[in-house]
Ligand binder design. Structure first.
Ligand code: LRH
Ligand code: MN
Ligand code: MN
Length: 424
Protein backbone atom coordinates (compact mmCIF):
# COMPACT_ATOMS: atom_id res chain seq x y z
CA UNK A 1 0.00 0.00 0.00
CA UNK A 2 3.02 2.28 0.47
CA UNK A 3 5.32 1.97 -2.50
CA UNK A 4 8.90 1.02 -1.67
CA UNK A 5 10.15 3.62 -4.15
CA UNK A 6 8.48 6.37 -2.10
CA UNK A 7 10.16 5.17 1.08
CA UNK A 8 13.52 4.94 -0.65
CA UNK A 9 13.19 8.37 -2.26
CA UNK A 10 12.21 9.93 1.07
CA UNK A 11 15.01 8.14 2.92
CA UNK A 12 17.55 9.29 0.33
CA UNK A 13 16.88 12.92 1.32
CA UNK A 14 17.61 12.12 5.00
CA UNK A 15 20.27 9.42 4.94
CA UNK A 16 23.38 11.64 5.01
CA UNK A 17 22.14 13.66 8.01
CA UNK A 18 21.15 10.45 9.78
CA UNK A 19 24.62 8.95 9.34
CA UNK A 20 26.25 12.07 10.78
CA UNK A 21 23.85 12.14 13.75
CA UNK A 22 24.26 8.41 14.36
CA UNK A 23 28.05 8.61 14.33
CA UNK A 24 28.04 11.61 16.68
CA UNK A 25 25.72 9.87 19.14
CA UNK A 26 27.71 6.65 18.84
CA UNK A 27 30.89 8.51 19.78
CA UNK A 28 29.17 10.15 22.75
CA UNK A 29 27.66 6.91 24.02
CA UNK A 30 30.93 5.03 23.66
CA UNK A 31 32.46 7.43 26.20
CA UNK A 32 30.04 5.90 28.73
CA UNK A 33 30.79 2.39 27.54
CA UNK A 34 27.56 2.02 25.57
CA UNK A 35 27.66 0.34 22.16
CA UNK A 36 25.23 2.21 19.91
CA UNK A 37 24.83 -0.75 17.56
CA UNK A 38 23.66 -2.93 20.46
CA UNK A 39 21.06 -0.25 21.26
CA UNK A 40 20.01 -0.16 17.63
CA UNK A 41 19.49 -3.94 17.70
CA UNK A 42 17.26 -3.55 20.74
CA UNK A 43 15.26 -0.92 18.90
CA UNK A 44 14.94 -3.28 15.93
CA UNK A 45 13.64 -6.05 18.17
CA UNK A 46 10.91 -3.81 19.57
CA UNK A 47 7.27 -4.24 18.58
CA UNK A 48 3.99 -2.98 19.97
CA UNK A 49 0.51 -4.13 18.91
CA UNK A 50 -1.82 -1.63 17.28
CA UNK A 51 -5.46 -1.76 18.37
CA UNK A 52 -7.67 -2.25 15.32
CA UNK A 53 -10.13 0.21 16.84
CA UNK A 54 -7.49 2.93 17.07
CA UNK A 55 -7.28 3.28 13.29
CA UNK A 56 -10.67 5.02 13.19
CA UNK A 57 -11.31 8.47 14.63
CA UNK A 58 -12.37 7.99 18.23
CA UNK A 59 -14.69 10.51 19.76
CA UNK A 60 -16.18 11.39 23.06
CA UNK A 61 -19.69 10.92 24.42
CA UNK A 62 -20.41 14.36 22.93
CA UNK A 63 -19.38 13.88 19.32
CA UNK A 64 -17.22 12.17 16.81
CA UNK A 65 -15.68 14.00 13.88
CA UNK A 66 -14.55 11.37 11.37
CA UNK A 67 -11.89 12.23 8.84
CA UNK A 68 -11.78 11.41 5.16
CA UNK A 69 -10.84 7.85 4.24
CA UNK A 70 -11.87 6.34 7.59
CA UNK A 71 -11.58 2.55 7.61
CA UNK A 72 -15.04 1.03 7.16
CA UNK A 73 -14.24 -2.63 7.77
CA UNK A 74 -11.73 -4.71 9.68
CA UNK A 75 -9.93 -5.28 6.40
CA UNK A 76 -9.51 -1.52 5.93
CA UNK A 77 -8.29 -1.33 9.51
CA UNK A 78 -5.73 -4.07 8.84
CA UNK A 79 -4.59 -2.18 5.73
CA UNK A 80 -4.01 0.89 7.91
CA UNK A 81 -2.13 -1.22 10.47
CA UNK A 82 0.01 -2.52 7.61
CA UNK A 83 0.94 1.06 6.69
CA UNK A 84 1.89 1.81 10.30
CA UNK A 85 4.16 -1.22 10.43
CA UNK A 86 5.59 -0.71 6.96
CA UNK A 87 6.74 2.80 7.82
CA UNK A 88 7.85 2.29 11.42
CA UNK A 89 8.84 -1.39 11.62
CA UNK A 90 7.73 -1.10 15.25
CA UNK A 91 4.14 -2.34 15.15
CA UNK A 92 4.06 -5.87 13.76
CA UNK A 93 0.86 -7.07 15.39
CA UNK A 94 -2.76 -6.09 15.80
CA UNK A 95 -5.08 -6.46 18.74
CA UNK A 96 -8.66 -7.23 17.73
CA UNK A 97 -11.89 -6.29 19.47
CA UNK A 98 -14.86 -8.61 19.20
CA UNK A 99 -17.55 -7.99 17.92
CA UNK A 100 -16.17 -4.89 16.16
CA UNK A 101 -13.69 -6.96 14.15
CA UNK A 102 -15.73 -10.10 13.51
CA UNK A 103 -15.01 -11.68 10.10
CA UNK A 104 -14.14 -15.07 8.64
CA UNK A 105 -10.85 -16.12 10.30
CA UNK A 106 -9.35 -17.31 7.01
CA UNK A 107 -9.97 -13.88 5.48
CA UNK A 108 -8.45 -12.14 8.50
CA UNK A 109 -5.40 -14.39 8.33
CA UNK A 110 -4.99 -13.78 4.60
CA UNK A 111 -5.17 -10.01 5.05
CA UNK A 112 -2.74 -10.10 7.98
CA UNK A 113 -0.30 -12.14 5.96
CA UNK A 114 -0.57 -9.74 3.04
CA UNK A 115 0.30 -6.88 5.44
CA UNK A 116 3.03 -8.76 7.33
CA UNK A 117 1.07 -8.67 10.59
CA UNK A 118 0.30 -11.07 13.44
CA UNK A 119 -2.59 -11.06 15.91
CA UNK A 120 -1.85 -10.16 19.51
CA UNK A 121 -4.33 -10.36 22.42
CA UNK A 122 -8.04 -10.56 21.67
CA UNK A 123 -10.32 -8.07 23.46
CA UNK A 124 -13.81 -9.06 24.50
CA UNK A 125 -16.64 -6.59 24.79
CA UNK A 126 -19.48 -6.90 27.27
CA UNK A 127 -19.66 -3.18 27.91
CA UNK A 128 -22.26 -2.70 25.21
CA UNK A 129 -25.19 -4.72 23.91
CA UNK A 130 -24.78 -6.95 20.90
CA UNK A 131 -27.43 -7.26 18.21
CA UNK A 132 -27.29 -11.05 18.27
CA UNK A 133 -27.53 -11.38 22.07
CA UNK A 134 -30.96 -11.44 23.71
CA UNK A 135 -29.94 -10.08 27.14
CA UNK A 136 -28.78 -6.55 27.96
CA UNK A 137 -25.53 -5.65 29.71
CA UNK A 138 -26.99 -2.36 30.94
CA UNK A 139 -26.68 -3.47 34.58
CA UNK A 140 -23.52 -5.50 34.18
CA UNK A 141 -22.10 -8.50 32.41
CA UNK A 142 -19.74 -10.95 34.14
CA UNK A 143 -20.97 -9.67 37.53
CA UNK A 144 -24.64 -9.26 36.62
CA UNK A 145 -27.20 -10.31 39.24
CA UNK A 146 -28.91 -12.47 36.63
CA UNK A 147 -27.24 -15.84 35.99
CA UNK A 148 -28.39 -16.02 32.37
CA UNK A 149 -26.81 -12.62 31.60
CA UNK A 150 -23.57 -13.72 33.24
CA UNK A 151 -23.64 -16.91 31.18
CA UNK A 152 -24.14 -14.87 28.02
CA UNK A 153 -21.10 -12.74 28.91
CA UNK A 154 -19.00 -15.85 29.65
CA UNK A 155 -20.10 -17.37 26.34
CA UNK A 156 -18.97 -14.25 24.47
CA UNK A 157 -15.52 -14.46 26.06
CA UNK A 158 -15.25 -18.13 25.15
CA UNK A 159 -16.16 -17.23 21.58
CA UNK A 160 -13.34 -14.63 21.57
CA UNK A 161 -10.92 -17.38 22.60
CA UNK A 162 -12.27 -19.64 19.88
CA UNK A 163 -11.83 -16.95 17.23
CA UNK A 164 -8.40 -16.08 18.59
CA UNK A 165 -7.13 -19.66 18.44
CA UNK A 166 -7.89 -19.66 14.71
CA UNK A 167 -5.90 -16.44 14.32
CA UNK A 168 -2.79 -17.43 16.24
CA UNK A 169 -3.58 -15.15 19.17
CA UNK A 170 -2.52 -16.39 22.61
CA UNK A 171 -4.22 -14.06 25.04
CA UNK A 172 -7.62 -12.67 25.95
CA UNK A 173 -8.00 -9.27 27.59
CA UNK A 174 -11.11 -8.86 29.68
CA UNK A 175 -12.20 -5.40 30.64
CA UNK A 176 -15.71 -4.92 31.98
CA UNK A 177 -17.58 -1.70 32.65
CA UNK A 178 -19.59 -3.35 35.44
CA UNK A 179 -20.06 -1.28 38.57
CA UNK A 180 -22.54 1.14 40.08
CA UNK A 181 -23.54 4.76 39.76
CA UNK A 182 -25.05 5.04 43.24
CA UNK A 183 -23.90 4.00 46.70
CA UNK A 184 -26.13 1.11 47.66
CA UNK A 185 -26.98 0.22 44.06
CA UNK A 186 -25.00 -3.01 44.31
CA UNK A 187 -23.57 -5.21 47.02
CA UNK A 188 -19.88 -4.71 46.30
CA UNK A 189 -18.75 -8.01 47.82
CA UNK A 190 -21.35 -10.22 46.17
CA UNK A 191 -20.83 -8.42 42.85
CA UNK A 192 -17.09 -9.15 42.94
CA UNK A 193 -17.75 -12.79 43.82
CA UNK A 194 -20.09 -13.14 40.84
CA UNK A 195 -17.38 -11.60 38.64
CA UNK A 196 -14.79 -14.05 39.96
CA UNK A 197 -16.95 -17.08 39.34
CA UNK A 198 -17.65 -15.93 35.76
CA UNK A 199 -13.93 -15.39 35.19
CA UNK A 200 -13.31 -18.92 36.46
CA UNK A 201 -15.66 -20.23 33.78
CA UNK A 202 -13.69 -18.33 31.13
CA UNK A 203 -10.41 -19.55 32.58
CA UNK A 204 -11.60 -23.14 32.26
CA UNK A 205 -11.96 -22.59 28.51
CA UNK A 206 -8.45 -21.14 28.11
CA UNK A 207 -6.01 -23.25 26.06
CA UNK A 208 -2.82 -24.21 27.91
CA UNK A 209 -0.60 -21.82 25.97
CA UNK A 210 -2.97 -18.86 26.42
CA UNK A 211 -3.07 -16.14 29.03
CA UNK A 212 -6.08 -14.36 30.46
CA UNK A 213 -5.58 -10.67 31.24
CA UNK A 214 -7.79 -8.76 33.64
CA UNK A 215 -7.67 -5.04 32.92
CA UNK A 216 -8.53 -2.68 35.74
CA UNK A 217 -9.97 0.80 35.38
CA UNK A 218 -10.88 3.24 38.10
CA UNK A 219 -14.18 4.53 36.69
CA UNK A 220 -16.31 5.01 33.58
CA UNK A 221 -18.89 3.98 32.54
CA UNK A 222 -19.70 3.29 36.21
CA UNK A 223 -19.04 6.50 38.12
CA UNK A 224 -19.48 5.48 41.75
CA UNK A 225 -17.80 2.09 41.92
CA UNK A 226 -16.29 -0.28 39.39
CA UNK A 227 -15.88 -4.01 39.96
CA UNK A 228 -12.25 -4.18 38.84
CA UNK A 229 -11.34 -0.64 39.77
CA UNK A 230 -7.66 -0.96 40.58
CA UNK A 231 -4.65 -3.25 40.46
CA UNK A 232 -5.61 -4.70 43.85
CA UNK A 233 -8.82 -6.19 42.47
CA UNK A 234 -7.03 -7.20 39.30
CA UNK A 235 -4.29 -8.96 41.28
CA UNK A 236 -6.83 -10.75 43.48
CA UNK A 237 -8.52 -11.96 40.32
CA UNK A 238 -5.32 -13.19 38.69
CA UNK A 239 -4.20 -14.90 41.89
CA UNK A 240 -7.51 -16.65 42.38
CA UNK A 241 -7.71 -17.88 38.80
CA UNK A 242 -4.27 -19.45 38.40
CA UNK A 243 -0.96 -19.29 36.56
CA UNK A 244 -2.35 -18.34 33.17
CA UNK A 245 -4.14 -15.30 34.60
CA UNK A 246 -2.24 -12.01 34.60
CA UNK A 247 -2.93 -8.32 35.08
CA UNK A 248 -3.00 -5.84 32.23
CA UNK A 249 -2.13 -2.24 33.00
CA UNK A 250 -3.76 0.45 30.88
CA UNK A 251 -1.79 3.60 31.64
CA UNK A 252 -4.92 5.76 31.48
CA UNK A 253 -6.92 3.81 34.03
CA UNK A 254 -5.62 5.42 37.19
CA UNK A 255 -6.23 8.54 39.21
CA UNK A 256 -3.93 11.45 38.35
CA UNK A 257 -0.57 11.24 40.16
CA UNK A 258 -0.80 7.52 40.87
CA UNK A 259 2.65 5.95 40.78
CA UNK A 260 2.06 3.54 37.91
CA UNK A 261 5.68 2.41 37.68
CA UNK A 262 5.43 1.20 41.25
CA UNK A 263 2.30 -0.80 40.40
CA UNK A 264 4.30 -2.32 37.56
CA UNK A 265 7.08 -3.24 39.98
CA UNK A 266 4.63 -4.85 42.42
CA UNK A 267 2.93 -6.89 39.70
CA UNK A 268 6.31 -8.11 38.47
CA UNK A 269 7.15 -9.09 42.04
CA UNK A 270 3.92 -11.09 42.23
CA UNK A 271 4.62 -12.76 38.88
CA UNK A 272 1.36 -11.33 37.61
CA UNK A 273 2.22 -8.64 35.08
CA UNK A 274 0.76 -9.60 31.71
CA UNK A 275 0.90 -6.54 29.54
CA UNK A 276 0.02 -2.96 28.80
CA UNK A 277 -2.36 -0.71 27.02
CA UNK A 278 -0.20 2.31 26.27
CA UNK A 279 -1.63 5.80 26.03
CA UNK A 280 -1.22 9.05 27.91
CA UNK A 281 -3.52 11.10 30.07
CA UNK A 282 -3.83 14.34 31.95
CA UNK A 283 -6.97 13.72 33.98
CA UNK A 284 -8.24 10.15 33.64
CA UNK A 285 -8.87 7.70 30.83
CA UNK A 286 -8.11 10.38 28.23
CA UNK A 287 -6.59 7.92 25.73
CA UNK A 288 -4.20 10.60 24.47
CA UNK A 289 -1.19 9.72 22.36
CA UNK A 290 1.61 7.92 24.21
CA UNK A 291 4.38 10.14 25.46
CA UNK A 292 2.62 13.43 24.73
CA UNK A 293 1.72 14.40 28.31
CA UNK A 294 4.09 12.60 30.65
CA UNK A 295 7.03 11.15 28.72
CA UNK A 296 9.06 10.78 31.92
CA UNK A 297 6.41 8.50 33.40
CA UNK A 298 6.48 6.39 30.24
CA UNK A 299 10.24 6.14 30.64
CA UNK A 300 9.90 5.17 34.31
CA UNK A 301 7.49 2.37 33.41
CA UNK A 302 9.99 1.10 30.85
CA UNK A 303 12.75 1.45 33.41
CA UNK A 304 10.96 -1.13 35.55
CA UNK A 305 10.43 -3.41 32.56
CA UNK A 306 14.01 -3.26 31.36
CA UNK A 307 15.21 -3.79 34.92
CA UNK A 308 13.06 -6.93 35.14
CA UNK A 309 14.24 -8.44 31.85
CA UNK A 310 15.06 -12.10 32.29
CA UNK A 311 12.64 -12.59 35.19
CA UNK A 312 11.35 -16.17 34.80
CA UNK A 313 7.82 -16.26 33.44
CA UNK A 314 7.76 -12.57 32.50
CA UNK A 315 6.20 -12.49 29.05
CA UNK A 316 4.50 -9.21 28.20
CA UNK A 317 1.95 -8.17 25.60
CA UNK A 318 2.46 -4.55 24.64
CA UNK A 319 -0.46 -2.82 23.03
CA UNK A 320 -1.50 0.72 22.26
CA UNK A 321 -5.01 1.78 23.35
CA UNK A 322 -5.75 5.32 22.27
CA UNK A 323 -8.52 7.45 20.86
CA UNK A 324 -7.61 9.87 18.09
CA UNK A 325 -10.00 12.76 17.87
CA UNK A 326 -8.09 15.58 16.18
CA UNK A 327 -5.35 13.83 14.20
CA UNK A 328 -5.07 11.31 11.40
CA UNK A 329 -5.07 8.05 13.44
CA UNK A 330 -2.34 6.51 11.29
CA UNK A 331 -0.02 9.42 12.07
CA UNK A 332 -0.87 9.32 15.77
CA UNK A 333 -0.34 5.57 15.97
CA UNK A 334 3.01 5.79 14.17
CA UNK A 335 4.21 8.54 16.49
CA UNK A 336 2.94 6.61 19.51
CA UNK A 337 4.65 3.37 18.52
CA UNK A 338 7.89 5.32 18.11
CA UNK A 339 7.47 7.14 21.44
CA UNK A 340 6.97 3.84 23.25
CA UNK A 341 10.01 2.47 21.44
CA UNK A 342 11.95 5.62 22.39
CA UNK A 343 11.18 5.17 26.09
CA UNK A 344 12.26 1.53 25.82
CA UNK A 345 15.62 2.46 24.30
CA UNK A 346 16.16 5.31 26.78
CA UNK A 347 15.42 2.91 29.64
CA UNK A 348 17.93 0.50 28.10
CA UNK A 349 20.59 3.20 28.53
CA UNK A 350 20.23 3.36 32.31
CA UNK A 351 23.55 2.48 33.93
CA UNK A 352 22.06 -0.08 36.32
CA UNK A 353 25.23 -0.97 38.17
CA UNK A 354 25.98 2.66 38.96
CA UNK A 355 22.35 3.25 39.91
CA UNK A 356 22.33 0.27 42.28
CA UNK A 357 25.51 1.63 43.90
CA UNK A 358 23.92 5.02 44.55
CA UNK A 359 20.78 3.34 45.87
CA UNK A 360 22.81 1.24 48.31
CA UNK A 361 24.66 4.34 49.50
CA UNK A 362 21.38 6.29 49.82
CA UNK A 363 22.72 8.90 47.46
CA UNK A 364 19.31 10.14 46.34
CA UNK A 365 20.64 12.97 44.22
CA UNK A 366 23.05 10.88 42.15
CA UNK A 367 20.58 8.00 41.85
CA UNK A 368 17.91 10.21 40.35
CA UNK A 369 20.51 11.98 38.18
CA UNK A 370 21.56 8.58 36.80
CA UNK A 371 18.01 7.86 35.71
CA UNK A 372 17.54 11.29 34.20
CA UNK A 373 20.80 11.06 32.28
CA UNK A 374 19.30 8.15 30.35
CA UNK A 375 15.96 9.91 29.93
CA UNK A 376 17.63 13.07 28.60
CA UNK A 377 19.60 11.21 25.93
CA UNK A 378 18.23 11.97 22.49
CA UNK A 379 18.02 8.47 21.00
CA UNK A 380 16.31 9.62 17.80
CA UNK A 381 19.27 8.63 15.56
CA UNK A 382 19.09 5.09 17.00
CA UNK A 383 15.40 4.81 16.18
CA UNK A 384 15.90 6.30 12.74
CA UNK A 385 18.79 3.98 11.91
CA UNK A 386 16.80 0.95 13.12
CA UNK A 387 13.99 1.91 10.76
CA UNK A 388 16.30 2.73 7.88
CA UNK A 389 18.09 -0.62 8.10
CA UNK A 390 14.74 -2.43 8.22
CA UNK A 391 13.63 -0.74 5.00
CA UNK A 392 11.12 1.43 6.87
CA UNK A 393 11.03 5.23 6.84
CA UNK A 394 13.58 7.47 8.53
CA UNK A 395 10.71 9.93 8.97
CA UNK A 396 7.44 7.92 8.91
CA UNK A 397 5.01 10.85 9.13
CA UNK A 398 6.54 12.89 6.31
CA UNK A 399 6.91 9.76 4.19
CA UNK A 400 3.27 8.86 4.85
CA UNK A 401 2.17 12.35 3.84
CA UNK A 402 4.28 12.19 0.69
CA UNK A 403 2.69 8.84 -0.21
CA UNK A 404 -0.81 10.31 -0.51
CA UNK A 405 -2.24 7.18 1.19
CA UNK A 406 -5.08 8.91 2.99
CA UNK A 407 -6.32 10.71 -0.13
CA UNK A 408 -6.14 7.47 -2.06
CA UNK A 409 -8.21 5.46 0.43
CA UNK A 410 -10.61 8.40 0.80
CA UNK A 411 -11.51 7.93 -2.86
CA UNK A 412 -12.12 4.20 -2.31
CA UNK A 413 -13.78 4.01 1.11
CA UNK A 414 -17.34 5.14 1.85
CA UNK A 415 -17.68 8.42 3.72
CA UNK A 416 -18.47 7.89 7.42
CA UNK A 417 -20.95 10.19 9.12
CA UNK A 418 -20.15 11.70 12.52
CA UNK A 419 -23.58 10.91 13.89
CA UNK A 420 -23.63 7.42 15.36
CA UNK A 421 -21.76 4.48 13.91
CA UNK A 422 -18.04 4.02 14.14
CA UNK A 423 -16.22 2.44 16.99
CA UNK A 424 -15.28 3.54 20.49
C1 LRH B 1 -11.65 0.65 28.41
C2 LRH B 1 -10.59 0.22 27.44
C3 LRH B 1 -10.55 -1.30 27.30
C4 LRH B 1 -11.41 -1.50 26.09
C5 LRH B 1 -10.94 -0.34 25.22
C6 LRH B 1 -11.78 -0.01 24.03
O1 LRH B 1 -11.55 2.02 28.69
O2 LRH B 1 -9.35 0.73 27.82
O3 LRH B 1 -9.25 -1.73 27.05
O4 LRH B 1 -11.27 -2.74 25.50
O5 LRH B 1 -10.88 0.73 26.15
MN1 MN C 1 -7.50 -0.41 27.59
MN1 MN D 1 -9.48 2.75 28.53
Amino acid sequence: MIDTTIIEAQNATREADLRRDYDALGEKLSRSGVDIDAMKERARGFSVAVPSWGTGTGGTRFARFPGKGEPATIFDRLDDCGVIHRLTDAAGSVSLHIPWDKAAPEDLLAKAEEQGLRFDAMNSNTFQDHAEMPLSFKFGSLSHTDAATRAQAVEHNLECIEIGTKLGSRALTVWIGDGANFPGQTHMGRQFERYLSSMKEIYKGLPDDWRLFSEHKMYEPAFYSTVVQDWGSSLLTAQELGDKAKCLVDLGHHAPNVNIEMIVSRLIHAGKLGGFHFNDSKYGDDDLDSGTIEPYRLFLVWNELVDAEGTPGLELSHMIDQSHNVTDPIESLMISAMEIQRAYVQASLVDRETLAGYQDENDALMASATLRAAFRTDVEPILQMARFEAGAAINPVLTYRASGYRARVASERPEVSGAGGGIV
